[in-house]
Ligand binder design. Structure first.
Ligand SMILES: [Zn+2]
Length: 164
């Protein structure tokens, strides 16, 4: 199981298979919407959730461990980006390109969206090095799959590492 934690001890616990689907659909949405530096740092964090590379059952992160920026305005923009990503994913953005049926992921997305919505970034703990820094932001795209890839950590995107 992998845990994606929100505030107030809420978390989304996903099986390894569930995590892979969650990461796949978020990768489609993040790749579509990323514009600001924080967005590409989150894309890098998402690439670090690739269990093909990191190992099964060892991924996940907590919202309160992320660097939400220097000001409440930056944090609000970052939270808004995450909510827009989740909303786009909930429209089944590019799900027709998946090679499997994702029956349960809509529920995961709704649960996680509620966690992000309710999360108070003022409770975040500063100084944790969970969100990749600006130098580690994901800015390159996989030409084949048209999503942000794992650079600078590795070259392949999450779909490449699935052997697709
Ligand atoms: Zn790829």
């Amino acid at each position: 199981m992998n845990k994606f934690k929100g505030g107030n001890d809420r978390h989304l616990s996903l099986s390894n298979g569930g995590t892979a689907v969650f990461v796949d659909v978020l990768t489609f949405a993040v790749s579509e919407l990323a514009r600001e530096p924080w967005d590409f740092r989150f894309a890098a964090l998402l690439s670090l959730q690739n269990q093909n590379v990191m190992g099964r059952g060892v991924v996940g992160f907590a919202l309160e461990e992320l660097d939400w920026g220097e000001s409440p305005q930056e944090a609000a923009a970052a939270k808004d980006f995450l909510l827009r990503v989740l909303d786009l994913a909930l429209t089944r953005h590019r799900w027709d390109e998946l090679t499997y049926e994702p029956p349960r992921v809509e529920g995961y997305l709704r649960t996680y969206r509620a966690m992000v919505q309710d999360f108070d970034f003022a409770t975040a703990k500063a100084g944790e090095d969970v969100l990749p820094g600006p130098q580690e932001a994901a800015r390159a795209s996989c030409v084949r799959h048209r999503v942000l890839n794992g650079l600078p950590f590795w070259e392949e995107c999450v779909f490449c590492t699935d052997g697709l």
